[in-house]
Design a protein. Structure first.
Length: 277
């Protein structure tokens, strides 16, 4: 890794380490970002469930509708902590998936999650009954995130690591799941992260994006020690194709309005992509 990327790594690490442990433990788990209702989190779980067990289209559609409606309700009511406000209702699909997946004879798959935070999405992978069927590894630049994750899941592999320079051997993992990462990287770092993710993954990659458009170029915006970019789907597809990955990227707003005939998604710039190696 060159000096420019080393410097970017240190600035990113510093930006996270200055947050207190409680703040980062709640990052991306509250209100509409709660993985139990957040559409990209739901879709990433469905991606893994389909790969491990085969798709359950009926239950998946119901959960997506649930996520869409609960998100709209939270926004309308301005709920800050839906877990408290909606009590057991918000866990209904946790119970349904645990029942559905219990006793499955599916073989384990290996899953990597770069920038895993304080196990924000892994919490649901575990509570939804997916964990016994995965050899999961999560890593993050921020050691406080990893400490939080290990405290909750001491038997799971959580490590301090860098998506720009992974220590793992080529094709170490069957699948890779990433959320909200590329918007915070420089142009050079985006290229390095794409290369590394493709290098260590054997089969497929799921990526959730919160600030993307279909065409044009990336709009790279530096903000203090990190970035806040508007990504180009076209440019990301080109970058992954250079490493042999074919991409399918779709906007959440189009999914919500066209397929589920609902009101527009609250974030018109949110997308998700599946990349096949």
């Amino acid at each position: 890794m060159n000096r420019t990327l080393q410097r970017e790594t240190e600035l990113l690490r510093r930006s996270w380490q200055r947050q207190n442990t409680r703040q980062i433990s709640q990052y991306l788990i509250r209100n509409v970002e709660d993985p139990r209702v957040n559409l990209n989190s739901i879709l990433s779980r469905h991606f893994l469930i389909s790969e491990i067990f085969g798709p359950n289209i009926r239950l998946m559609r119901k959960e997506i509708v649930f996520g869409i409606r609960m998100t709209r309700l939270m926004l309308d009511l301005d709920e800050k902590d839906p877990g408290d406000s909606f009590h057991g209702v918000i866990n209904i699909f946790q119970r349904k998936w645990r029942s559905e997946l219990a006793g499955s004879g599916a073989e384990k798959v290996s899953v990597l999650e770069p920038a895993c935070g304080s196990a924000a999405d892994y919490r649901c992978m575990d509570s939804f009954g997916m964990a016994p069927h995965m050899e999961y590894t999560g890593f993050d630049l921020c050691s406080s995130n990893i400490s939080n994750a290990k405290r909750m899941f001491p038997s799971v592999t959580f490590e301090t690591g860098n998506v720009l320079d992974m220590k793992y051997a080529d094709k170490s993992f069957d699948y890779c799941v990433v959320h909200d990462l590329f918007e915070h990287l420089s142009r050079e770092a985006i290229s390095a992260a794409v290369s590394e993710i493709c290098r260590v993954t054997r089969k497929k990659i799921f990526i959730g994006f919160f600030n993307m458009r279909l065409y044009g170029d990336h709009q790279i915006k530096r903000m203090y020690d990190t970035h806040y970019n508007l990504l180009s789907a076209r440019k990301l597809v080109q970058a992954f194709r250079q490493h042999g990955a074919e991409a399918r990227i779709r906007g959440l707003n189009r999914l919500v309005t066209e397929q589920y005939h609902s009101e527009p998604h609250y974030n018109k710039d949110a997308y998700y992509g599946i990349f096949i190696l």
